[in-house]
Design a protein around this ligand. Sequence first.
Ligand SMILES: [Zn+2]
Ligand SMILES: [Zn+2]
Length: 344
Amino acid sequence: MKALTLTAYKEFYFGEAAVPQLGADEVLIKVAACGICGSDVHGMDGSTGRRLPPIIMGHEAAGTVVEVGPEAGSWVVGQRVTFDSTLYCGECAFCREGQVNLCEDRRVLGVSCPDYRQHGAFAEYVAVPGRVVIPIPEGLSFEQACFVEPTAVALHAVHRAQVSPGQTGLVIGAGIIGLLTIQALKAAGCRKVYASDLSEARLQLALELGADEVFPANSTVNLPEEMLRRTGGQGVDVAMEAVGIRATVAAAIACVRKGGRVGLIGNLSPHIEFPLQSVVTREISLFGSCASAGEYPRALEEIAAGRIRVEPLTSAVRPLAEGAEWFQRLYEAKEDLIKVILQP
Ligand SMILES: [Zn+2]
Ligand SMILES: [Zn+2]
């Protein structure tokens, strides 16, 4: 089969690769479309340690079932499907509680680290366990279905934020996850959702996707002051941080009201300093949110119903053969590309 393989850091080979061996509990999927994730772009230079070459990356995919292992469940050849990028074991204590993102034996598709190498979907075929496969609803394209993973990530984070209708929210960082989180907060009933980012183009997109007001992240804007002004001096109920550096985490904490909640989704910096005293004395709840746990079907429903819009996030849909070039463009980050989808 044809595949796009990361052969060395920042080097790709597009050409022949072995079709995955199908395990008894696995389904073989002919990939129709696969999105390039930020984690692939950050990983391709070796900086995250999670894309050790050689590896076929790609975990945001959709396609058609072509073969079903004897223990893979009742999947049917020809069925249009997508799948959870987290290959959970289904048996550990976390999996039994439905916290599959915390699985003790979690593998992520298209990732290679010292513990495992799991080839992904920048290829004509990919094999995944039947338990992570999800049917694509009627009327949803393969390209739309590719957004199920980042959408589920946003829904999971908003679920963890425990927002109630009528509350106010702030999203810091309007990349793909931030832009989906804005929409998920709105879908959860937030009365006002504010957003902040460095990029003017992304803020425009945030407005288009339902943000009520946006703020450029620059020295002329004091975000906590703006939030206080709009909330009667209190601060927003919930702030979602989708960057992961010291300044933005500190801003998120400063923008929430007493007793408010700060969701940490971004983690660009593995370690940061943060305003401990402000968190303690104002009883702020900080929570991490990683991947998703059961939000995939709802993510597909939200996209199908148009409550979460993904077309405006699609920057390009191109053949897999052009993959190396698009990875390079995303890596250079000179353009405002959001999601690039590759078709094998
Ligand atoms: Zn992803
Ligand atoms: Zn497990």
